[in-house]
Every structure is written in C-alpha cells, then in structure tokens.
Design a protein around this ligand. Sequence first.
Ligand code: PMV
Length: 327
Amino acid sequence: MKATAKAPANIAFIKYWGKKDPKLRIPPNNSISMCLSNLYSLCTVEFRENLSEDKIKFLGEKVVTEREVLRIIKVLDRARKLAKTKLRAKVVTKNNFPKATGIASSASGLSVLTLAVTAALGVRLSKLELSKLARLASGTACRSIPDGFVEWEKGTGPEDSFAKQIFPPDWWEIRDVVAIVTHKMKKVSSTGGHALAETSPFYKTRIAGIKERIRKIKKAMKSRNFTVFGEILEAECLNMHAVMLTSSPSLIYWQPATLAIMKRVQEWRGEGLESYFTIDAGPSVHIICQEKDAEELKKRLSKIKGVLRISVNKPSIGARLIDEHLF
Ligand code: PMV
C-alpha cells in the first residue's frame, strides 16, 4: 500500500496553449517535448486503514494553496475509483526546483503523483493508460510519463489523448540550460491562462499553423538538424507568447531578466554560439543547445543580472517507481 516515484519536468518545443475541453484537458493541437534529467519531483504515497482523511505534505514549500491540495485529492479520488477502495492516504511530495515559475512543476508533480498513487493501490496500468490519467490532473503531466522525446497526441476525446515516445533519451545529445530568474509563484496559473487563449486575435492563426510546424520539427529531430530544430522551437515560443501577450486580459509572464536572456541568446548566436530559447508559462528561460556548448552558455548566463540559478539538463527517462521512500 506504499509506493514512491520520481518524474521529470518536461520542456515543450511545440506548445500546448488553450484547451478544446477544459474539464478533460483535451488540447487543441499535438505538442512535442523532452523530459529533463535534473528538474524532477519525488512523491511517496501510503494508503492506511486508520486515516479518516487524506494527509498531504509538500516538503520545502512555504506556501501551499488550497487549490493545490484539492488537485491532489482529485488524483487520489480517481485512483480510488479504479481500485474500488475508500482508503485514505498519506502523501509526501517534493520538487528539486521552485514551483509555478515556468518549469512545469505541475507536469512533474502530477505525473509523479499519478504513478505513486496507482502503484500504492496495486492498479497496474500501461504507460499509455498512465499518461491519460496524468493528463486529467494536468495536461503537460501526460508528457512526463514516456521517456525521452515525446509527442502528446491531441486525440479526439479522453480515450485517445495521450503522450508517447517519438525518440529515446539517447537519440540526440542536446541540452536544456534552464535559467531560473525568480522564486516567486506566478500570479496567473497556467490553467487560468489556457482559458484566456481564445480571446487573442492571433489564437486561430496559431492553431492553423501548428500541424505544419510539428511535421517540420519532427523531421529536423529525426535528421538531428540542430539549426532547423532550433529555429522552429524559438519561433514557436514567440508565437505562443504572442497569444499570451494579446489575450484579454493580457498575460505577461516575463520578467526583465527573461527579456535580457532572450536578447543575449540571439546576440550570442549571431557571434557563433548556437542556441535557441523557449519559455513556458513563467519567467524562467530554457536555452536549448548542443552538448558541446552547455558549459559556455552556463558561464555566460551566470553573469546576467537577475539569473538566480542555472540547471543543465539532458534528455531523460520519464516517470519511474523508486525504492527510497520520503517517509
Ligand atoms: O501546466 P499546464 O499543463 O496547465 O500547461 C502549461 C503549458 C505550457 O507549459 C505553457 C506549454 C507546454 O506545452 O508545456
């Protein structure tokens, strides 16, 4: 009745923004991502006879919102329904990075919970079924279940909307150098942001172009063409942020340091250090580069005002059960 799991955050090269079905978290388009080796969540779940209610603890977090607790209870309820049990659980969870700053804490946090909860209850699910279940907790969580480079297929409904591997982690030695520029939680959650997407006059144009971008980026990934890959992923980031900036009300997730990094990455590229930026729903910047350039980028980023922490990530495996419990 006890299980512990570890799951990575993931970075999207082609993004998911806006929802076709907000309740079932069905996206308007497919998205492409990579699991990250050094940004992850851990979670231990134990179901006990003597508990009258679920006990949830977030290690290392000063602020825990009611919304976060309710989201976890919903995952527990879904698993209880599958296992046909009413048992309550003790849940202890932790991230090795600040949550709600644009590093997909909901992706790692809710995929790790989905795996730990189902394993603790003895519910055996395939990766595909786990991905679907994780999607109900947070859309991007479905992409932290498979290993390596992943595509979330939007599907037509809840049964065929899930993520699957397109290339294994060792397919390509690229790196995601993440520059964290704040430890403060963002004011508008991504769930709130998704709901605003359609108010942007650019939303429909964005969605209309995605299929072709996916085709092109997958081709570049297959042939390991870093320049074509990088140009597509940076343009895609700006495309999604154009929708965010022009939503009503407008969503500006960037901080001054975010913009400073974006400008520097483009300048460095002009000088021959090839890397491309991408940003999710927060101010942190992900700089995608080839293995040989990661250390130099880290050195240069550390000199930019406002950069608090840098994490260098390889493509990694997805969610896994581990033996070391948190309690
Ligand atoms: O955190 P979620 O699952 O509500 O979605 C966030 C989506 C982005 O991170 C902004 C883009 C993406 O595809 O990861």
